[in-house]
Design a protein around this ligand. Structure first.
Ligand code: FAD
Length: 392
C-alpha cells in the first residue's frame, strides 16, 4: 500500500519528521539510498553526537533570511529533544558552552530515533535509489529501485554535500530546482582552511601545535575557541566556526591572547624581568614552537629590556591581531556542513512546505539554514523535522 508521506533521506531531519508524522497517524515511508540510516549522526561529535546546544537562537545560524529559523526553533527547543533523550535513558553531559554530548555513543541517538519510528509505525527502507519524481493526481509519483510509489506529501530531507563518502548528494537541490525552487549557491562550512605558497611555508612545520583558546576573526564574525595548525593550514573549533563566514583569499585575524592585555603584560614583564628573552616569555602563554615562530617571523630575538615603548606596543597589538591569509578550504571532503541550499523564500517557515507546490516539503541541511559548530545543526534538523512532521 502506498504511504501518505514519503521522506527522502534517513538522516537527522528526515527521521525526526517521520516519527512526528507517524505519531499523528500518518502512514510514513523513509527512503534512504545508503545501506543504513543516520550515518552522519553516528560519526558526529567524535562518535558521541553533540545533539543540541542549550543556548540555541536564530543568531547561531547563517541564512540569507536570518528570521527563517525562528519559528521552527521556538516550537521544538533543545528541551524537547532532551526530554526525548531522557525518555530513552540516554546518559549525556554538557561539555562546554552549552554543548550536550552522549556519555557513551552516537549509536544510542540513532537507536532512539529508529525505536520511535517503529513505535509510530514508520517504514524505513535503506538501499533505495530514487529516480524520476513527478507530480500526480495523488500528489507525487516516484520511480525507485524498489518499485514505483505514490504519496500525497513528499519531504526532501537528503542533506547537503559534505562528506560525499557518507552518501551526501545534491539530489535535494536538483529536486527543488525541478519543482521551480531557487537554490542559493553552496559551499563548504565548518571546514579547515588551507594555506599556500609563503603562507604555508611559514606555518606548515607547526602541524600538530594547538592553542587552547584564541579569538579567530573574519571580516564578519569572531569566535573564541581552540586553534590547531595542520600540515595544510589551520583547523580547530575557532577556525571551523570562522570558516563559515570567511571568503576565499581573506585573512583570518588571530588574537593569541584574548584573555589579557598583551601590551600591559609585556610592559610589566619588561619591568620585572628585563633580561628575559621575548620568546621565553611568550612560551609561558603559548606553545613553545609557536612562540619561537612568531619571533622568527616578526618579533625578533632579544631580551625584553631591548624593546622600546613603540616596539613593545606594536608587538602587544600584533599578538591580538595576527593575520594569516588562507587560500582555500579543505572542501566538502571534510566539511561538517554545507552553506547555502534551497532558498527559504520558497518555503513556509512554520511548516517547511513549498509555497508553490502543495505537499512538497524541504527540511534539514538541504535548506539554506546552517548552524555554528556546537550542536546547532542537529537542533535545526530536529526543529524543522518536527515542524514538517506536524504539518504533513
Ligand atoms: C563529521 C561530522 C560531524 C558532525 N558533528 C555534528 C555534531 O556533533 N553536532 C551537530 O549539531 N552537527 C554535526 N554535524 C552536522 C550534522 O551531521 C548535519 O547538519 C545533520 O546531519 C543534517 O541533517 P540532515 O538530516 O539534513 O542531513 P543528513 O543527516 O546528512 O541526512 C541526509 C540523508 O539523506 C540521504 N540521501 C542523500 N541523498 C539521497 C538520495 N538521493 N536518495 C535517498 N537518500 C539520500 C543521506 O544518505 C543521508 O542519510 C556533523 C557533520 C559531520 C560531517
Amino acid at each position: 500500500m502506498n504511504p501518505d508521506v514519503i521522506v527522502i533521506g534517513g538522516g537527522a531531519a528526515g527521521l525526526m519528521c517521520a516519527l512526528v508524522a507517524g505519531r499523528r497517524g500518518r502512514r510514513v515511508r523513509v527512503l534512504e539510498h545508503a545501506d543504513r540510516v543516520g550515518k552522519k549522526i553516528l560519526m558526529s561529535g567524535g562518535g558521541r553526537c553533540n545533539f543540541t546546544n542549550l543556548d540555541v537562537g536564530p543568531d547561531n545560524y547563517l541564512s540569507a533570511n536570518p528570521h527563517f529559523a525562528k519559528s521552527a526553533l521556538a516550537r521544538y527547543t533543545p528541551w524537547d529533544f532532551i526530554a526525548l533523550v531522557e525518555k530513552h535513558a540516554i546518559a549525556y553531559h554538557e561539555k562546554e558552552r552549552g554543548q550536550l554530548f552522549c556519555d557513551v555513543s552516537s549509536k544510542l541517538i540513532v537507536r532512539m530515533l529508529l525505536d520511535e519510528c517503529t513505535e509510530a509505525g514508520v517504514e524505513v527502507r535503506t538501499g533505495c535509489d530514487i529516480g524520476e519524481v513527478t507530480r500526480s493526481d495523488a500528489g507525487f509519483h516516484l520511480r525507485t529501485s524498489q518499485g514505483a510509489m505514490d504519496c500525497a506529501s513528499l519531504v526532501v530531507a537528503s542533506g547537503g554535500l559534505s562528506i560525499p563518502r557518507m552518501g551526501a548528494t545534491g539530489f535535494g537541490y536538483d529536486l527543488a530546482r525541478q519543482f521551480g525552487h531557487a537554490v542559493r549557491p553552496t559551499r563548504a562550512g565548518l571546514v579547515p582552511l588551507t594555506l599556500s605558497g609563503k603562507h604555508l611555508e611559514d606555518y606548515a612545520d607547526l602541524a600538530g601545535v594547538a592553542v587552547p583558546e584564541v579569538e579567530a576573526r573574519s571580516e564578519r564574525r569572531a569566535f573564541r575557541a581552540g586553534l590547531l595548525f595542520t600540515h595544510r593550514g589551520l583547523s580547530g573549533p575557532a577556525i571551523l566556526q570562522v570558516s563559515s563566514y570567511w571568503e576565499p583569499g581573506e585573512a583570518v585575524h588571530i588574537d593569541y591572547l584574548p584573555e589579557r592585555d598583551a601590551v600591559d603584560w609585556l610592559a610589566t614583564q619588561r619591568r620585572e624581568h628585563p633580561d628575559r628573552e621575548l620568546k621565553t616569555l611568550l612560551a609561558e602563554a603559548l606553545p613553545k614552537r609557536l612562540a619561537q615562530r612568531l619571533c622568527d617571523l616578526d618579533f625578533g630575538h632579544r631580551p625584553l629590556r631591548r624593546l622600546s615603548d613603540p616596539e613593545l606596543s606594536r608587538i602587544g597589538q600584533r599578538l591580538h591581531d595576527w593575520p594569516i591569509v588562507a587560500s582555500g578550504s579543505e572542501g566538502y571532503r571534510t566539511a561538517e556542513v554545507t552553506l547555502g541550499g534551497i532558498d527559504t523564500d520558497g518555503l513556509s517557515s512554520k511548516t517547511m512546505m513549498s509555497k508553490s507546490i502543495p505537499g512538497l516539503y524541504a527540511i534539514g541541511e538541504a535548506v539554506d539554514v546552517t548552524g555554528w559548530l556546537g550542536g546547532y545543526n542537529f537542533q535545526w534538523a530536529w526543529s524543522c523535522g518536527n515542524a514538517a512532521g506536524v504539518a504533513v
